[in-house]
Design a protein around this ligand. Structure first.
Ligand SMILES: [Zn+2]
Length: 94
């Protein structure tokens, strides 16, 4: 039964990724939990595109302008403690 559920989940994820690719032209995955970010609620496009992952609360920052594919600039996560490091100036980019 688990096998069937996993197959359905994989199918739905594949469909979701295809939908994002059609709409956005690319898919950004959460660096922590690998969830697709493009169709989640919070996305602000200022100097960088910033996503907030609804699954694991990770904030990530991307650039869509530097390369043919989006590049992950930075991310932080409450669980991994990187948010604290970033507040201390650990992340120098941006
Ligand atoms: Zn996540």
């Amino acid at each position: 039964m688990d096998c069937l559920i996993n197959a359905i989940k994989a199918f739905l994820l594949k469909k979701r990724i295809e939908r994002i690719e059609r709409k956005c032209g690319c898919v950004c995955f959460c660096p922590e939990c690998k969830e697709p970010l493009n169709d989640q609620a919070d996305c602000t496009d200022t100097d960088f595109v910033r996503y907030h992952c609804n699954e694991c609360e990770t904030d990530s920052k991307w650039t869509f302008d530097a390369a043919p594919v989006p590049l992950l600039i930075s991310s932080n996560n409450k669980l991994s403690g990187m948010r604290e490091n970033q507040q201390k100036g650990y992340n120098s980019i941006g």
